[in-house]
Design a protein. Structure first.
Length: 260
């Protein structure tokens, strides 16, 4: 049984098209069938829109096998809360379409997603709100954000910076928060009853933002080198917990898991 990341694992960060072996891997799971959940930290598009895009490029993922942070956001932030949200324009538009009220004067919550061009003034504004008592929430806790072949600090890195600057603790909506993984496990249990984290293998290109926290919950971690990292040597030697397996891409995962 599997949890499967999307960006850098199933689709290319640059082209947004399926990576080698991705379509075949999903088709194999569907045909056997093998229980799985596609768990992504996508926040730029409404959940049904992004899933529709994935289906449209050949990744035949049923809605019951898909989970993103927007689908559980209401568990963390009620609609009566005023939100100072930071991220892409698309993300802010999604929040408004979901009925959330954005407030950059006296917010209850500072909510952080990803974009490549955060300004120093935006960080300063976040810090003022947090020191004034606003709650800090991240849409996810990715280590790196990749765009146009450049690697930027991910939301996880930004959250750590804000925590250090303000002494405010924070919570996470999506991966790798335990509640998000528990929600995914609950949905996976509808495909096969009586399973736990020890029955799950997670596949991702983010070792610190996905695999390590998942492995600490008892999952098996498979690291693919098709996204954030160009070689395993860039990150694996520094890790306190190593991935259980490393593959170049999903094609190699498919061959490694079932064709030997």
């Amino acid at each position: 049984m599997f949890f499967i990341d999307v960006q850098g694992t199933l689709i290319d960060d640059a082209t947004k098209l399926p990576l080698s072996g991705a379509v075949e891997f999903i088709n194999h799971l569907n045909s056997v069938p093998i229980p799985y959940m596609v768990i992504t930290n996508s926040t730029k598009y409404r959940s049904e829109e992004f899933l529709g895009y994935l289906n449209g490029i050949g990744l035949n993922i049923p809605a019951s096998h898909y989970l993103d942070p927007l689908m559980v956001l209401e568990d963390h932030i009620s609609h009566d809360k005023k939100i100072a949200a930071y991220g892409s324009e698309e993300f802010l538009n999604v929040l408004k379409s979901m009925g959330y009220s954005l407030d950059f004067t006296n917010p209850d919550v500072v909510l952080v997603a990803i974009k490549e061009d955060f300004s120093a003034d935006e960080y300063a504004q976040m810090i003022e709100f947090l020191l004034g008592g606003a709650e800090l929430i991240g849409m996810h806790e990715t280590s790196l954000y990749v765009k146009n072949a450049k690697r930027y600090p991910g939301v996880g890195a930004i959250m750590k910076m804000l925590e250090f600057a303000t002494a405010c603790s924070y919570s996470i909506v999506g991966k790798p928060s335990t509640p998000f993984f528990e929600t995914a496990l609950g949905l996976l249990s509808k495909q096969k009853a009586g399973i736990g984290f020890s029955d799950v293998t997670i596949i991702s290109d983010d070792v610190t933002g996905d695999l390590l926290p998942a492995q600490e919950l008892g999952m098996r971690g498979v690291f693919v080198l098709s996204g954030k990292y160009r070689t395993a040597e860039e990150i694996v030697p520094q890790l306190r917990v190593k991935p259980d397996a490393i593959y170049p891409n999903m094609k190699a995962v498919l061959e490694g898991l079932w064709k030997h």
